[in-house]
Design a protein around this ligand. Sequence first.
Ligand code: HEC
Length: 136
Amino acid sequence: MQRLILFFIILLVIGCDGKSPVNIYDSEEYKNLTKEEIIVGESVWATTCFRCHMYGNMGAASVRDKVHFEQLATKGFDQLYESVLNGMDGKEGVMPAKGTCFSCSENDIKKSVYYIFHLAKNIQDAELAEKEKIIE
Ligand code: HEC
């Protein structure tokens, strides 16, 4: 019984701290991205991010990798943005600060983080549609 009570207390604490990250795909910012914001993100993507994240070079996750991107999405925007802004010494490889876009502003980097998830979803949805066509 004591264990059960402890379990509920832990649940309550986890549930109420207000800090558990919101999946980036469920965030208001992601859902309300404007065309202008997508264009800013896309230009950063095309300048640097794509070199590693298009096909998964240098240990980066490829935008085609649905499982990996869905896992990353659960980290929430703040954590993901922090990783890109300051760089990340990951298990698979190293991402330099700002994903090497040194001339990018913090706002540019923020938009690129939303963009990479936007792109990943579009590519993955397109591939899924393609597969379904083949099966038919
Ligand atoms: C030099 C290659 C390289 C470039 C350029 C690059 N990345 Fe990365 N990125 C990586 C690697 C390596 C990781 C970490 C992989 C691991 O070990 O988990 C990573 C991780 C990430 C993550 C996950 C962070 C986390 O907390 O798990 C995101 C999001 C990301 N990159 C977005 C971007 C964006 C946006 C850009 C462009 C501004 C970019 N990357 C440019 C190599 C790169």
